[in-house]
Write a new protein. Structure first.
Length: 200
């Protein structure tokens, strides 16, 4: 009886050691995903979008997750409306002060043909928005169309190559869900700012 108990204990300890070794070898990459949780059906980060940043790298929209995001859609050769929309976004950044570093600013182009990553890079420099928390993106026509629809932005390419479009600043919460939209130029951003501050 005594020897039987000893044998059972030995078998049990051997099994536990093997179990621990297998656990160490196990791929834990999905654990991090579980910790973050899957994005909701309302999140833009769950959509398949083909965007490229101004350095030429494919932009994984999920990389924006975790912080508030402000998005506008423009086109780089615009000389009247788009620069005002960009300035409106810069004013919001300035109003936030040091807290602006906790917010991500995304500028997406309608013009898939002309606004290449290098063109968007130059645009960022000229507009003084070439910063680590600003992302200037070029997209495929399908991605532009899909993203604009999700953001409620209407646009149309005119015969002369310019674009008619909505002027909207969209706020995404840290999970990529639309929280607020500020439509129009030079609008009072007070409500938008309050919503951002609550997310920080």
């Amino acid at each position: 009886m005594k020897y039987s108990i000893i044998i059972l204990i030995s078998v049990f300890l051997s099994f536990q050691c093997k179990k621990n070794e297998n656990h160490k070898e196990h791929d834990h990459s999905h654990h991090e995903e579980m910790k973050m949780g899957k994005v909701s059906e309302m999140s833009l980060y769950g959509m398949e979008m083909n965007w490229t940043d101004s350095s030429g790298k494919v932009m994984d929209m999920k990389s924006l997750r975790g912080k508030p995001v402000l998005i506008i859609m423009i086109y780089g050769t615009c000389r009247d409306i788009c620069p005002i929309l960009v300035e409106n976004l810069k004013k919001i950044e300035n109003t936030l002060g040091s807290s602006a570093l906790k917010v991500q600013f995304v500028v997406m182009s309608f013009d898939s043909e002309k606004d290449t990553p290098s063109a968007m890079n130059e645009y960022g420099k000229k507009a003084n928005i070439a910063k680590s928390n600003w992302f200037l993106l070029s997209g495929s026509p399908d991605s532009v169309k899909e993203t604009a629809a999700l953001l409620g932005v209407k646009y149309k390419k005119e015969e002369n190559g310019t674009y008619s479009h909505s002027n909207i600043i969209t706020l995404l919460n840290p999970e990529g869900e639309i929280s607020f939209s500020l439509e129009g130029l030079n609008k009072d951003p007070s409500e938008l700012l309050e919503k951002i501050k609550k997310m920080l």
